[in-house]
Design a protein around this ligand. Structure first.
Ligand SMILES: NC(=O)c1ccc[n+]([C@@H]2O[C@H](COP(=O)([O-])OP(=O)(O)OC[C@H]3O[C@@H](n4cnc5c(N)ncnc54)[C@H](OP(=O)(O)O)[C@@H]3O)[C@@H](O)[C@H]2O)c1
Length: 252
């Protein structure tokens, strides 16, 4: 089977590093035009856009600010005239101890929900009307194993944000299917990126390795092909589903 995404415009958040970078490169190899979103890593996002070609372009937005998520959606729509697929990948995983004081705890919870959940919801909301007008579109949400298995107490806010993402994706799939919208969740386990490094610095690499059924930690390149397949349309009748990619660490 040859998968071609040429003629597809795909907005991918958090494309400058880690899982997002691998997804961008895989989508680009299949011919997609990728709107690469970044927050701080402009240079890297622009380099990836140049490498991919296909009129791919980098767009900045701080997704901890709701208005910026809306602006990002508007900017990308204005730039390309349409978006066929949105990949909500940008995310943060802050460790916030149960012993932390009220203000810092609330602040971290709010920031986590803004970046991981609210911005994903706002981008979906912003792009839906244009997708429906364009006879359909696909929403792919990168959640986490934490949404299903739960996480450690320090990552309560993170797990809750990803659980919210799953409920949102299922709702969108059920509500807008007749209008051509498909919505999917991909739920990675530990994947070797800056985000996982932060957890491994805290708990050790052995903790992550002991947890999985395979002998090697998942790499960003192990996640990207699933996104390509979902974006291709071959999985449309699985709309509403969640796909685990966690090296057998949580089988449900
Ligand atoms: N790595 C794992 O073990 C793992 C496991 C399960 C799920 N996930 C999920 O997979 C997704 C990607 O994770 P990753 O490991 O690739 O993360 P990462 O390496 O830490 O990269 C995070 C990406 O999100 C962007 N980002 C962070 N804060 C942002 C903000 N305030 N506004 C806009 N963009 C922001 C970053 O942009 P800049 O670099 O440009 O600032 C970067 O592109 C996340 O949703 C994460 O929850 C990861």
């Amino acid at each position: 089977m040859v998968i071609s995404l040429s003629n597809q415009i795909i907005l991918l958040t958090g494309a400058s590093r880690g899982i997002g970078k691998a997804i961008a490169e895989t989508l680009g190899e299949a011919g997609a035009t990728v709107a690469l979103h970044y927050n701080f890593n402009k240079l890297e996002a622009e380099k990836i856009a140049d490498r991919i070609g296909n009129h791919s372009h980098a767009f900045q937005a701080d997704l901890s600010r709701p208005a910026e998520a809306v602006r990002l959606g508007e900017e990308v729509l204005a730039f390309y005239g349409k978006v066929d697929c949105l990949v909500n990948n940008a995310g943060i995983a802050e460790s916030v101890s149960m012993e932390m004081g009220f203000e810092a705890w609330v602040e971290s919870w709010q920031k986590t929900q803004q970046v991981n959940l609210l911005s994903a919801a706002l981008l979906s909301k912003e792009l839906l009307p244009a997708m429906i007008k364009n006879r359909g579109g696909r929403l792919i949400h990168i959640a986490s194993r934490a949404a299903f298995r739960g996480d450690t107490p320090d990552y309560l806010a993170y797990a809750a944000s990803k659980g919210g993402m799953v409920a949102m994706s299922r709702s969108l799939a059920r509500a807008y299917g007749k209008q051509g919208i498909k919505s999917f969740v991909v739920a990675p386990g530990f994947t070797r990126t800056d985000m996982a490094q932060q957890f491994m610095d805290e708990y050790g690499e052995g903790y992550a390795l002991n947890d999985i059924a395979l002998s090697q930690l998942t790499e960003p390149q192990d996640i990207a092909p699933t996104i390509l397949f979902l974006a291709s349309g071959h999985m449309d009748h699985a709309t509403g589903c969640s796909i685990d990619i966690n090296a057998g660490s949580y089988v449900r």
